[in-house]
Design a protein around this ligand. Sequence first.
Ligand code: UGA
Length: 359
Amino acid sequence: MRLVIIGCGGFIGSHLLDRLLADETVSVRGWDPQVRKITRHLDNPRLRLHRHPVHEPGRQDELRDAVRWADAVINLAAICNPAEYNTHPIEVIRAGFLDVHPLVELCAAERTWLISFSTSEVYGRTLAGYLPGNTYDDPDLYELDEDETPLIMGPVRNQRWTYACAKQMLERYIYAYHHEHGLPFTIVRPLNFFGPRMDYLPGRDGEGVPRVLACFMNALIEGRPLQLVDGGRRHRTIVSIHEAVDALLLMLARPERAQNQFFNIGNRDNEVTIAELADLMRHCYAEITGDPGYRDHPIEVIDGERFYGAGYEDCDRRMPKLDRARTLLGWTPRIGLREILLETMSSYHDQYAKSPTRP
Ligand code: UGA
């Protein structure tokens, strides 16, 4: 199998390469300026890496060649971090839509299957979340169905939604090319993939505010309070990166089932509020370090706009319907949240808590 992977050096790309390159029949042409997470693959002759952005001017011929050569193109390019959406909205819109829309046109011209990673954020906030009382009594008002659920975002001044809008525009652009020019596509909507290498830790291998797991890990390692944004009332469902990659491999193995579909990829059984996640992570870290004191590690509440800056708003609940992935791909995630956290937190602990660069 011949694959082009845009953004192959990121969290999802690195896990995907681990699995794909283990199969000697797979060859990959990858694009990514960042290679820190994939150094173990750099000498692999079946990986041809382009260490520049996919939209770099004057280099579209090599991309066209690769798209023509490939059985499928996987798009993972994006700035996927809520701290950036309201602080660097132009870059977020560029990375999510403008830089990659020519790729859609190339895939359509070559009739190459485009598998594009979107986001659960395209659903925005749930209908239940907008109703007075916010009770979630009726699953029809909050469960997320790929083809039925309306996509509801807040006002333009709330720039949290730049990422969701850019990704929604890309989905619509892909679907339009499918409709008008026969582009074969698959849209994947990830719901909080967790695993080793998912983010940086500020002050060590990156700057700014990473996603919640890395924020809480940083606080645990540095001995600072875990910060619960707006009290940690929001819900997330969390799925193991390994099972998410399983889903993608099933798609690649069954194009006739995966093509021209939208798929939620998440785990309904692993739903938590962020406050519950904080508590679970304290207990997991006590187990990893052998220090029961972490169970009572301090937690503090912080206002959303103080933490992320003006224009922050949050998705209230992300409960995916997964019938399509189950029936078409035979995919059902099984790894429980505690197991996911223990694996991910142990890898962070090994990588950072023992690091000599610790401030
Ligand atoms: C992000 C992306 O925007 C999604 O596209 C992506 O699907 C998702 O990550 C993912 O990892 O799959 P989100 O879940 O909002 O979405 O990202 P986080 O930064 O991990 O935030 C989760 C929740 O934790 C939010 O309610 C946030 O306010 C809260 N949080 C974050 C805290 O309470 N404390 C922190 O220190 C950091």
